[in-house]
Design a protein around this ligand. Structure first.
Ligand code: E4P
Length: 218
């Protein structure tokens, strides 16, 4: 399972990348705004900076919602850097655009996926990735992990090549459950990735090993 980080924060991207386990980055307009990155030129420059930091796919989201606009924006974004994946919303014109991008060899990430039906359509259109938002489903009392299980099952039996990129991760358990479900990728905030490191018995065990070493080497 690939690990992407879900942020536009350069320090966090660097920290995850320095761990040596980072396979890519996802961003969205909200994450850009959170970092104070506004204006087309700054946003474009920020994408290029991220692409130059990480050796892997970097999702850059279009703002247009009509076919021509999505295609225009997507082609501009894809031309910025070889790592760019055009992130397209799960809407009718988005599906048409994904089909177009697929025929041109431009990688896509179909975002805002909340049902198996949407995942099937995106796969039929040839999306490189789909992003089911499991945390947002959990937030409204649906089972986000169950959706990941269902999509992975459908993609396997239908032999769809689209990769399941589990998004809207809220905690380390989500990451483990996505691995169990067979998700191809998770995209997660840094804190949930770092929380995978934690176990109290590891801390207690290490403390004892170091104390015993100190005793025997005084
Ligand atoms: C996916 O690519 C989205 O950027 C993201 O995972 C959404 O997460 P949120 O629900 O925490 O905003």
């Amino acid at each position: 399972m690939k690990f992407f980080i879900d942020t536009a924060n350069l320090n966090q991207i660097k920290e995850a990348n320095d761990l040596g386990i980072l396979d890519g980055v996802t961003t969205n307009p909200s994450l850009m705004a959170k970092e104070g990155i506004t204006g087309a030129e700054n946003i474009i420059n920020h994408y290029v900076t991220i692409c130059n930091m990480v050796d892997g796919d970097v999702s850059a989201e279009v703002i247009s919602t009509d076919f021509e606009g999505i295609v225009r924006e997507g082609e501009m974004l894809a031309a910025l850097h070889k790592n760019i994946v055009v992130k397209v919303p799960m809407i009718k014109d988005g599906i048409k655009a994904i089909k177009y991008f697929s025929s041109k060899g431009i990688k896509t990430n179909c975002t805002l996926v909340f049902s198996a039906g949407q995942a099937i359509l995106a796969a039929k259109a040839g999306a490189t990735y789909i992003s089911p938002f499991l945390g947002r489903l959990d937030d409204i009392s649906y089972d986000g992990i169950e959706l990941i299980n269902q999509i992975v099952h459908i993609y396997n039996i239908q032999a769809y090549e689209t990769q399941v990129l589990a998004a809207s991760i809220r905690n380390p358990v989500h990451i483990v459950k996505c691995a169990e479900a067979g998700a191809d990728v998770i995209t997660s905030p840094l804190d949930s990735i770092l929380a995978l490191l934690k176990h109290p018995l590891t801390d207690i065990g290490l403390e004892k090993f170091l104390a015993d070493y100190k005793k025997g080497n005084q």
